[in-house]
Every structure is written in structure tokens, then in C-alpha cells.
Design a protein around this ligand. Structure first.
Ligand SMILES: [Fe+2]
Length: 343
């Protein structure tokens, strides 16, 4: 069973992580070397010299090219070999694979499939990115020792916040409220309104109204593995499907981009957009720190779930809350199977 969708954009690194130093990363099982040209453009090449397979990341940058650290073979940003010391004419077939890259939202995105199909406009859109009324929490990244599908399960599961994040995102108010799911060509949405609940601890000091709230939990994962978690808090009694958004609404859109490293490890990149305190760096910092702590709670669970399934001795069961995660897995499997059939 193929594990990963190849014709897709993934996040390779934060922009600031791609520099004039060679950086080795693994993405859906491929070893890749990242660096930046003198003009500042990100480059991603297969991290293996075709001669003796030494990682190019163990060599050095020469202008816009990479020189292998074993015998000095040189490759340009398109992956073509431009020099083999001791060889007069470089055969044109000598090359490494080059991956299309795009800088967007402070991140370097990489296209892992057929370069002919790489179109930057297919990268996940971030609403309010340039909206002066919205602020941004800078975000971060972490490595999780689990298969990426356990992360997408988690990001399509609004119920877990009541148990995993009881000091931040969640509380036990209305945990029985059913989740509505929707499958589309771009991914799966799991959502529910919680009416007349207490504002969860993370949001309580941030909301612009007093008392209880109506809360929308919108959990969405787009193919291959990019989550948009929208939180909406309005005064109790004013929220609900199709109703206009209250003027004192607190909105936070959390963008979570999951890059599979291999079948057992994933890299998790995130930042949030918020509809209040746009330029307030202190609020950004407070929220960033709280989110980092909450995601560390997820990491503990996800690492252990991966080990739990790896060492599974008895059957596991699925619950109603697993509907969206299972729909997502099924749809993604379909896309991967189609991609394989075409290839
Ligand atoms: Fe979580």
C-alpha cells in the first residue's frame, strides 16, 4: 500500500531555515538537500551524489551550485551535473533530481511529484494573510514520532481537546455534541457548534465579551495533510449555523501543515491568524507560548498512539467521533491509488 501522495505541495522548512548552508531534510521518504541561491531563491535537490551516493549535504555550496564532498562533482540548481573533476565532457544524463520550490507565508513549499504539474496556486490559501485587521502568531514546528495519519486523525477530531487540552483549548462542556462531517474534493471538514458553554481557558482572557459563549469548532484537513482549525467564540445565544457573526466575535484560524518525514515520523509546522490585537507582539508571544505547550500535549499522545498501534496485541475499535478521520483516510487512499495507476 503506497503511503504518501506525491503530486502535492508540502512544507519543506521555514523560510529562515533555508540559508547559504546546506540543510538535509527527509520528506515522504526522500532525502533532500535545501539551500538558497545568491539571489535568495530556495533550491531543493536529491541529497545523493549519483557517483557513490554520498549526501550532497555533506559537501559545500559553490555560488548557486553544490559540490559533492567526496570527489568534487558539481550540480546546478536544476540538478544537472556541471563538472566532474578528471572528466572532460560531462555526460548530459548525469544529474540529481530537482524539486520545484516556492516561498509563501514564511515557509518554503516543495512539490514532491512530477515537476510538470507543480502549480503554486494550488498551495493552501491563508485567509486574512494581508488583512491589517488580523494579527498573526508566528508559530513554530516540531517533529512527531508518528505516522502523519495519526496527526490528521487528531486534527479532524474536535472532541480530543476536552481531554488532551483541558487547561487550554478545551473543557468538558457539551462533549457529547455530535460532529458534522463533510467530504469535498479538497479534503474533509468536521465541525460542530457548542451552545452556551464556558469559554475554554486559552481563549477566556482574549474574548471581548463577558459570560458564557457559543463556540464553533471547525476542523478541516485538506489533501495531502494540511489542517485549518477555525475557532469562533460569540456571546451565548448569538451563534449558530448560518447566523451573522457577532461584532464581538473572537476568531482564530490555526494553520497546521504536516510534512511526513517517513512512515514513522512527521514534521508539524504551524501558525495562527487572529481577528484581534493585530500588531500586539505581546499577545502574539502569549498565544504562541500557549499553543506550543498545547501541541506538546498532542505530541505526547501521538507518539504513544503510534507505539500503541505498532505493538498492537488486540483489535482496536472505532467510534462515531472517528468518522471524519476515517473519511479523510479513505479519500486520501483513493487519491494515492489513482496517482499510482497513472504512474
Ligand atoms: Fe490537540
Amino acid at each position: 500500500m503506497p503511503l504518501f501522495l506525491r503530486n502535492a505541495w508540502y512544507v519543506a522548512a521555514w523560510d529562515h531555515e533555508v540559508t547559504r548552508e546546506l540543510r538535509a531534510v527527509r520528506i515522504i521518504g526522500d532525502s533532500i538537500v535545501l539551500y538558497r541561491t545568491e539571489a535568495g531563491e530556495p533550491v531543493a535537490l536529491e541529497d545523493a551524489c549519483p557517483h557513490r551516493k554520498l549526501p550532497l549535504s555533506m559537501g559545500r555550496i559553490a555560488g548557486d551550485e553544490v559540490e559533492c564532498g567526496y570527489h568534487g562533482m558539481v550540480f546546478d540548481r536544476a540538478g544537472s551535473c556541471t563538472r566532474i573533476p578528471g572528466v572532460k565532457r560531462v555526460p548530459p544524463s548525469v544529474c540529481v533530481r530537482a524539486y520545484p520550490t516556492v516561498s509563501l507565508y514564511g515557509l518554503v513549499w516543495i512539490w514532491m511529484g512530477d515537476p510538470a504539474h507543480a502549480r503554486a496556486e494550488k498551495i493552501v490559501g491563508v485567509d486574512h494573510w494581508t488583512d491589517p485587521a488580523w494579527g498573526r502568531n508566528q508559530g513554530g514546528s516540531m517533529t512527531v514520532d508518528c505516522n502523519y495519519l495519526y496527526v490528521t486523525d487528531n486534527l479532524l477530531d474536535p472532541s480530543h481537546v476536552a481531554w488532551v487540552h483541558r487547561t487550554s483549548f478545551g473543557n468538558e462542556d457539551r462533549v457529547d455534541e455530535p460532529v458534522q462531517t463533510e467530504v469535498s474534493a479538497s479534503g474533509v471538514v468536521a465541525a460542530r457548534w457548542l451552545h452556551d458553554v464556558e469559554v475554554a481557558p486559552f481563549y477566556a482572557p482574549l474574548v471581548a465579551f463577558a459570560g458564557r459563549c457559543d463556540r464553533l469548532q471547525h476542523y478541516e484537513v485538506r489533501f495531502p495533510s494540511h489542517a485549518i482549525i477555525r475557532a469562533l467564540f460569540v456571546p451565548a445565544g448569538s451563534g449558530g449555523h448560518g447566523r451573522p457573526i457577532h461584532e464581538k466575535a473572537l476568531m482564530m484560524d490555526s494553520y497546521n501543515f504536516i510534512t511526513p518525514i517517513d512512515a514513522d515520523h512527521s514534521r508539524y509546522f504551524w501558525f495562527q491568524m487572529r481577528n484581534f490585537s493585530a500588531g500586539d507582539q505581546q499577545i502574539s508571544k502569549i498565544m504562541d507560548d500557549a499553543v506550543r505547550d498545547a501541541f506538546a500535549e498532542d505530541r505526547v499522545i501521538l507518539n504513544a498512539v503510534h507505539r500503541g498501534f505498532a505493538n498492537q496485541a488486540t483489535p482496536n475499535i472505532d467510534l462515531a467521533i472517528d468518522r471524519a478521520p476515517l473519511q479523510f483516510r479513505r479519500a486520501l487512499n483513493g487519491l494515492i491509488a489513482t496517482e499510482r495507476a497513472v504512474a
